[in-house]
Design a protein around this ligand. Structure first.
Ligand code: CTP
Length: 208
């Protein structure tokens, strides 16, 4: 859950506006439904839901390690984090200083590993032992973008939402896209939506 933080130097970095609220609500709802939950959290200001084990991480690379490790035994992986797509190619060891000439630093970036796609390609996910759920933060064309992202990430369920409209808010609206259909969970509090999402995941895991 939450954003990641990619260091430029010891005092600066790149992050994003994700508050972590949706991920924390999902962790709470999963726990309420009886799951044993580990919440891997980027830098956020939220308290840990009761009964949930929490692992705090900073960068996308820290988050990848923590998630990969837990994915070896988990049965469900829900990827709600707003993982930074890029990180500075090299974090400076010391604070980058102005030299008085007005010259600005030239930052080079490298792409971060896609945590969800990596875990979704693992043997446990491919065999059905680990059910992977992705999120999609879009700014437009939610259905088409969510369908394309579901296929690209190789996950059975992808949850679309309009990113800029929901970051930091206490409510949201979701679009659940799987191989068969798209189901809308209309505007409600993040906790209400989280409980509905957990029900929808449980339905997909319960043999008919
Ligand atoms: N995600 C991830 N690792 C990344 C980037 C994204 O695990 N390095 C996950 C997110 O947690 C989310 C899903 O992938 O579950 C989609 O994230 P999103 O930011 O919507 O999409 P991107 O893959 O970054 O694609 P784009 O920015 O082009 O829309």
């Amino acid at each position: 859950a939450g954003p990641t933080y990619e260091a430029i130097d010891p005092v600066r970095g790149i992050t994003n506006l994700s508050s972590g609220k949706m991920g924390f609500a999902i962790a709470r709802a999963a726990r309420e439904a009886g799951a044993e939950v580990t919440l891997i959290a980027g830098p956020v200001h939220l308290s840990t839901p009761r009964g949930v084990a929490r692992v705090d991480v900073k960068s996308a690379s820290n988050m990848l390690s923590a998630a990969t490790q837990r994915a070896q035994s988990a049965t469900i992986f829900i990827a709600t984090a707003a993982v930074a797509d890029w990180r500075p190619a090299q974090a400076a060891d010391h604070k980058i200083k102005k030299d008085g000439s007005g010259k600005t630093p030239e930052l080079q970036f490298v792409e971060n590993t896609d945590i969800l796609a990596t875990i979704a390609q693992s043997e446990r996910a491919q065999s059905g032992a680990l059910f992977c759920v992705g999120f999609a933060a879009e700014s437009q064309d939610l259905l088409a973008n969510a369908q394309a992202k579901r296929a690209r990430k190789g996950v059975p369920l992808l949850v679309g939402n309009i990113g800029p409209a929901t970051f930091g808010k206490d409510d949201n609206a979701l679009l659940l896209v799987d191989a068969q259909q798209a189901v809308e969970l209309p505007h409600a509090s993040k906790l209400t939506l989280a409980r509905q999402l957990i029900d929808e995941i449980a339905k997909r895991l319960t043999p008919a």
